[in-house]
Structures are given as C-alpha cells and as structure tokens.
Design a protein. Structure first.
Length: 364
C-alpha cells in the first residue's frame, strides 16, 4: 500500500532496544554502554602490565620469583577482560543486561585484587597505612558503568568487602591476620569509596531526567532517531498514555532560513496552518497526522503515523526497477491521496520516490 508523506527526512534507521532502563533515556544509556568495551580493554591492559611486572621487573628488583598462582590469577583476569571486551562490543543484549554483566565484571576484578593483596604479602599487615587497589577499582567502575545508584551501591559494597573476605580466607588457611575490628578499620577507605561511587550514578540520573524532559513533545516521548534532513529530524516516539507508537517530526525555524524572531513566528504559523489542513485529510493513502505543537524552544513538531515499510527510492535502489503492474498499482494509490489534497486546496510540491512509502495497513 502506498502512503504519501507530507515531508520526509533523509533515510536511515538505527536498531532499537527490546527494552531499556527506566532511569535513563535509551540514547544516553546506549552511549554509556559503548564505554564498557573501553573499560574492559583498559582492564586487560592493566592486568597484562601487572603480569609483566611480576614476571620480569619484580625478580630483577628484589631477586625473588613471584608465586605461580599469582601469574595464573593475572592470566585469568586478562582472559575475563578480553571476554568482557568482546561481549560489550558485539553482543546484541539490551543495555540493562550489559550493565549487569559489567557490574559482575567489576566485582570479579575486585575479588582478584583482594586475592593478590593477601597472596603476595603477609595478609593485611603489609598494607598498613596503604590504600588497597580496590579503592581505585571502585571509583573507576563508578565513573564508567551506567548502573542505577542502588545497584552501583550494592556492587561497590560487595567489591569493598572482598579485601576483608580475603583476609578471612587467609585466616582459614592458618595465616596470622589482624582481628576483625583492625581489618575493618584497615579497609575502611574501601567502604568510603563505595559510598562515593553512588555520586556519579546520581549525576548521570539527573542528566538523564533532564534529557528525558527535553525529549518530551506534548504527550509523546522521543525514543529513537530515525532520520535527519535539511528541515529537521524524525524520531520514533511513544504516547505516555496510549499504547501507540508514532513518528515525531521536529522542524526548527532556523534550519528553514528564519533569520529573525518575526520570521520564525511567521514560519511557525504557516506550519500550524499546514498541519491543520493535513490533519483534515482522510485518504487511506495519506499519512495520518495525530497531533502537532510548539516546544518551549520554538521547535515545531508533528506527531504522525509510524509506518512499517520502506520508501520507493530505497526500494528501487536495492531491487532495481519495479514491474509495470506494481508501478501502476502504487501510482493509483498516490493519485487517490493527491486528489483529496487538491480538493482541499493543498499542493504537495515534493512528489519524489523518497516521499512515497510502500507499507502495510492492516491486512493490505
């Protein structure tokens, strides 16, 4: 079924998420999740650096070899970091799942650091007056992983507790360790860092809330950018009350050459008249206009029917010329749409293959 578009931005789509975090807009969450691959690469590099130091630098400096279990643990962490890198970059899981996996990766790294702290030294005593590397691990994870504040606090607290648990494990194997109170005091900076780890999540939450409010157009909420062109942008959007998706077209007056506020106001009045006239069209071959309005920053928006299909321009470019019978079938529907528009005194002015959409409507 052919549907005439009032105007259309340049073609282009991006894959949408099956679901997304309720505390961050999808665009911001997906951008943050892409950083997880970088964090995993840095983690692999740091563990590799530690292995080289233990295998080469440490024996040369102090004349003693590092225990094989230390090297094995560092090698295992390099493998885990590499797997995390591949998962973060190539997995098709939605951002929430990737965030949960990143939190688990964070805790595993903290546990490995805690084991090294207690395998390399006499447990806890040699660290007196020094910060555990886990304090750094916690703060770095807080700045990179886009987890909600409560989830970050839980993961950071578990990570902070890996050092005391490693001391307890050393006690079970017969090593001389400080008492419980001394151990908790020794690793109190870990827990202080765990409390501070919530702050980046709260800042990101505040940014997400501001961005979500900026993306609300009347009763619609922007979800996914579908295309961008000379007149503005087209977004997939959802209605806050109805179970209905829509295509929101944003038109900014400055992009249309409005140099002054008076020009912008005149252009917005023209867009409003055109939207009202378009909304009056009822041909099944004309895209339906649900709503329209102006945002606080003077951006005009249309809420239109979200079509499932493709425009004729991309159809011909990918599959070649259409059979004559199908061309006639589509053009008769285009003619039906234009005939009603002409009867209402409207002229399309941009009838191109890119502005004709072949799609499904019900069973047609």
């Amino acid at each position: 079924m052919a549907r005439m578009l009032e105007k259309r931005c340049d073609s282009g789509t991006t894959a949408g998420w099956l679901r997304y975090s309720c505390w961050l807009p999808p665009s911001l969450l997906s951008e943050q999740v892409r950083r997880l691959a970088i964090a995993a690469a840095v983690g692999a590099g740091l563990w590799g650096y530690g292995m080289v130091m233990d295998l080469v630098a440490r024996p040369l400096a102090i004349g003693s070899a590092v225990q094989a279990r230390n090297i094995a643990l560092e090698a295992a962490c390099i493998v885990v970091s590499a797997l995390m890198l591949v998962y973060a970059r190539y997995s098709t899981h939605d951002p929430e799942v990737k965030t949960d996996v990143a939190l688990a990766y964070f805790v595993v790294n903290a546990g490995a650091v805690a084991l090294l702290n207690n395998w390399t030294h006499v447990p806890a005593y040699a660290m007196s007056g020094l910060l555990s590397w886990n304090a750094v691990v916690i703060l770095v994870a807080a700045m990179i992983i886009p987890a909600a504040p409560a989830r970050m606090l839980i993961a950071a607290t578990i990570a902070a507790s890996t050092d005391p648990l490693a001391v307890w494990a050393a006690h079970l194997r017969g090593a001389q360790v400080p008492g419980l109170a001394d151990t908790l005091v020794l690793f109190m900076p870990n827990y202080a860092c765990a409390a501070v780890a919530v702050l980046p999540s709260r800042v990101l939450q505040r940014i997400g809330r501001t961005l979500r409010q900026a993306q609300e157009m009347g009763s619609y909420r922007l979800e996914e950018l579908l295309g961008r062109g000379g007149m503005g942008e087209v977004w997939r959007a959802s209605h806050r009350l109805l179970a209905r998706s829509a295509a929101i077209k944003l038109v900014r007056p400055e992009l249309m050459g409005a140099a002054t506020e008076a020009d912008a106001n005149q252009m917005l009045r023209r867009f409003r008249r055109e939207a009202q006239a378009t909304a009056a069209l009822s041909s099944p071959h004309t895209i339906r206009l649900f709503d329209f309005g102006v945002t606080d920053d003077q951006t005009f928006y249309y809420a239109m029917e979200l079509l499932s299909g493709r425009d004729l321009d991309s159809l011909v470019r990918e599959f070649g010329p259409l059979p004559a019978e199908r061309v006639v079938y589509l053009l008769r529907q285009v003619g039906h749409s234009l005939a009603e528009a002409h009867a209402h005194g409207l002229v399309h002015r941009d009838i191109t293959p890119a502005n004709i959409y072949a799609c499904r409507l019900g069973l047609d």
